[in-house]
Design a protein around this ligand. Structure first.
Ligand code: SAH
Length: 263
C-alpha cells in the first residue's frame, strides 16, 4: 500500500520547480440554451471580480443556499484564479469547468450545497463550527479554499500528481495555513487526521469506502456522490450517530469517477 505523502504547506519552491503544469483543454462548447457568460471581457482582479462574485452569491441564495458562512465563503474565494486563463470568462457561471487531466472543477452551486450539508453535521452544530475535515479530490484546490473558511483544518487528498501540484500552486498565494494538501488514494481516507467532523468527496464511486465511515467522528457527517441501484449517481449524506450510521439519499449529481491508486 502506498502511504500518502503529506508535504508541508505553503508549498516549497524547490518542489515546484520542474513541475509540469497540467494540460488544460479548450473551453467546453456551450450547450444550446445555456446561460450566456456573465462577462464579455476577462475578469480582472479586484473590483470587477468582486462584483461578479457578489452576483453569483445572490444567485446561490436565490437557489436556496441559506447558510451565511457558506455564502460568505463563496463570495470571498476568487474562482477565476483556479481556472485556465481561457476559461476566466466562465469562472462565475454556474457550470463545471475542465481543470486538466480529464477532471473538472465542480459548479459553484454544488460546492455551496455540499458545504452547507457538511455544516449541518451534529458535531458542527454543537461545537459552533466544523473542526477537522477531509476532502477527497483536491482537483484545482478551489473547494479546499472555500472549505478553509468553514472548518478549522482541511485535509485534502488528490490521486493525480499533476493536479495535486497545480492545487499547491493555486493555493500558495492565499497562504491558507489550515489547508493540508496530500498526494494519495483518498479511498483509504487519511487515518492520521481522523476522526473527522466532516468528509466530503468530489468524485463518485460505486460503493462508499468503509474507511470513510470509520474515520468519521461520532456526530460527524460524510457528503459524497455515490452510484445507487439503476446506475444513477446521487448525493449521499451519512451521519455517524451514537446508534450507528444514518444514510440519506439526496438529489442526483454528476461527478467524475472515484478511482483507486495514485497516478
Ligand atoms: N474539489 C475539486 C474538484 C476536483 S474533481 C475542485 O475544487 O477543483 C475530483 C477530483 O477527485 C479529481 O481531481 C480526481 O483526480 C480526484 N480523485 C478521484 N478519485 C480519487 C481518489 N481515490 N483519491 C483522491 N482523489 C481522487
Amino acid at each position: 500500500m502506498q502511504q500518502p505523502r503529506r508535504p508541508g504547506f505553503p508549498a516549497r519552491i524547490a518542489q515546484l520547480s520542474g513541475n509540469t503544469p497540467a494540460a488544460v483543454p479548450a473551453p467546453a462548447p456551450r450547450k444550446p440554451g445555456a446561460a450566456l457568460p456573465l462577462l464579455a471581457t476577462p475578469v480582472g482582479v479586484g473590483r470587477d471580480s468582486a462584483a461578479v462574485r457578489a452576483r453569483m452569491v445572490q444567485r446561490l441564495a436565490a437557489a436556496g443556499i441559506s447558510s451565511v458562512p457558506v455564502l460568505q465563503a463563496m463570495g470571498a474565494v476568487e474562482r477565476h484564479r483556479f481556472v485556465d486563463s481561457g476559461l476566466v470568462n466562465q469562472a462565475y457561471e454556474d457550470t463545471s469547468l475542465p481543470i486538466g487531466l480529464g477532471q473538472t472543477i465542480s459548479k459553484p452551486s454544488i460546492v455551496a450545497r455540499m458545504a452547507e450539508l457538511l455544516l449541518g453535521a451534529e458535531i458542527a452544530k454543537s461545537a459552533g463550527g466544523l473542526g477537522r475535515i477531509l476532502e477527497i479530490g483536491t482537483g484545482c484546490g478551489y473547494q479546499a479554499a472555500v472549505l478553509s473558511r468553514l472548518a478549522r483544518e482541511v485535509y485534502s487528498m488528490e490521486r493525480l500528481r499533476g493536479l495535486h501540484e497545480r492545487a499547491r500552486v493555486n493555493l500558495r498565494p492565499m497562504q491558507l495555513m489550515n489547508v493540508h494538501l496530500m498526494l494519495g488514494d483518498g479511498m483509504l481516507g487519511y487515518p492520521k487526521g481522523a476522526p473527522y467532523a466532516g468528509i466530503i468527496a468530489a468524485a463518485g464511486g460505486d460503493v462508499l469506502p468503509a474507511s470513510w465511515c470509520e474515520q468519521l467522528a461520532v456526530g460527524g457527517r460524510l457528503v459524497a456522490p455515490t452510484v445507487v441501484s439503476g446506475g444513477k449517481q446521487v448525493l449521499l449524506v451519512v451521519d455517524k450517530t451514537p446508534q450507528g450510521l444514518k444514510k440519506s439519499i439526496l438529489e442526483s449529481v454528476h461527478f467524475v469517477p472515484l478511482k483507486s491508486g495514485i497516478a
